[in-house]
Structures are given as C-alpha cells and as structure tokens.
Design a protein around this ligand. Sequence first.
Ligand code: FAD
Length: 254
Amino acid sequence: MRFVVFVKQVPDTSSVGTDENGNLMREGVPSILNPYCEFALDMACRVKGEGDIISVVTMGPPQAESALFRCLELGADEAFLLTDRAFAGADVYATAKTLSAFLKKFIPDHDLLFCGRQAMDGDTAQVPAELASMMGCGQFYYTEDLVFSDGWKAVQNYYDEERECALKKGDLISVSKGETDPRLPSVADYIRASGTEIKKLDRVDIGLGTFSVGLKGSKTRITSSRPVSISRRGILTDGGDPTEAAKHIKGMVR
Ligand code: FAD
C-alpha cells in the first residue's frame, strides 16, 4: 500500500503578524509540525503493513524541511518539500492545486491520502476537501480511526455519532484527534531519519505555470486579519428551573 500524508509546518504561537497580503510573517517565529498532521501521520503509521510506503508532502518555505524531518523520525519513509517563491501567498485553492499536481505527477498510484483536520494557522480546514475535489476522490472528515474489515473503513466521529465508511483506493481522510496519543520515535527511527534525503521540488518540477500557483493562482485575497477580543461579560444562569432561567435571561436582554 502507498499512503500519502499531507503535512504543514505552522508557527508555534498565535501571535504572528501578517504582511500587506494578509500572509503570516513566519521569519524568526518558532515553527512546529501542525498537531493534526501529526495525528494523520500517526494513523498511517499504525495501519502500515509489511512493504507499505508512507510518503509525507508539504508545500512551504525552505524552513518547512524541519517539519518533514520530524515526520521521518515519526515513521514516514520518504519526504517531499514543494518549495518555490512562486508558491508564496497561496490560498486554499492554489495550495490544493499545487498538492494535486504533485500527486498526479509523482505518486499517481497511491492508495490512501491523509490530511490533518485543520492547520493551526490558516485554520480554514478546507484544503482536504479542495484536494479531494481536484483528485476526484472521496473525502472523509472527522476520521478518528481506520479499520480493515473486508476493505479499509474510516471510523468517523460526527458529534458523538460514530460512523464507519467504506473507503475506495485513492480516497482522502481528514484526521481529527483519535483516542491514542501519537507514538514517539525510537532510536532506530532517529537513525533511519538522519540518513533519509528530503526531496525538494519547485514549480517547474511539478509542471505548473506561474499563474496557477501562489498569490497569482489564488481565488481569494485576505485583506486583513486580527485576533478577536471578546469583551462581553458571560453570565451563567444556574441549571435550575428552565422557565425561571429563561425569565432571568429575558430580564437581562435590553
Ligand atoms: P487547512 O485546510 O486548515 O489544513 C488542513 C490540512 O490540509 C492540514 O492538516 C494538512 O494536512 C493539509 N495542508 C494544508 N496546507 C498544506 C500545505 N501547505 N502543504 C501540505 N498540506 C497542507 N485561504 C483561503 O483560501 N481562504 C481564506 O479565507 C483564508 N484565510 C486565511 C486566514 C489566515 C489568518 C491565514 C494565515 C491564511 C488564510 N488562508 C486562506 C490561506 C490558507 O490558510 C493557506 O492557503 C493554506 O495553505 C491552506 O490552508 P489552511 O492553513 O487553512 O489549512
């Protein structure tokens, strides 16, 4: 089996400035592997069998290499860094377009695609759906487990309703936090990772034009972004008689 896990490096803080295009200014900010991507990679590692290959891919700046190196330590077999100045400022559409072009050209014969539920910085949670749409595959959000019984099945947790969905070859799952904590690397993982080369690919390698990627290939433009500060004072009414509580709340509404 060939598993492909899409990962993103995100700033390890919420206090990051944005430039005039609304893009995060990542220079000099400590960065980490997006937690949900780590859950996705861990799920692939847990179901990996003899002879299976786990490839991790990220589109990002050169410093995103450290997130890929972490993935190799956590159990990935190979890593691809899609990096090119032209990719900068990509919105969800241009990001998914770049990732799907890579997949079609470099790993066309994949079995399952894994994404994290969302990235802690952009937080749109839209890349998995956009990527699946461009790949023409099924996509399964809120996946918390993968089981094999007469084929692969995604176990989804939809607001505490558990669903099992049959997966086809090439489908994409978007992984939430499951029951298990991600495994920690062994010494053998560290040694194997240190000897694995991270493959770097640019726009030309992937075969996309300058107007298909990055800011130029994006359909949306972030005009501004700022943290939301909630100034309202929340008042808790006790859970006693609902009619009394409603009267109490009604009395507060001016
Ligand atoms: P999500 O969709 O939240 O990520 C989900 C999963 O997709 C990840 O866990 C990972 O598995 C995969 N993934 C995401 N990005 C990559 C990547 N670069 N490489 C590999 N796998 C990846 N763009 C819009 O189109 N519309 C917006 O409204 C918008 N608002 C934004 C607001 C802010 C504050 C910021 C910083 C960015 C915003 N963007 C928006 C840009 C968008 O965040 C980036 O295009 C980003 O690459 C895509 O999405 P995300 O971070 O929201 O990822």
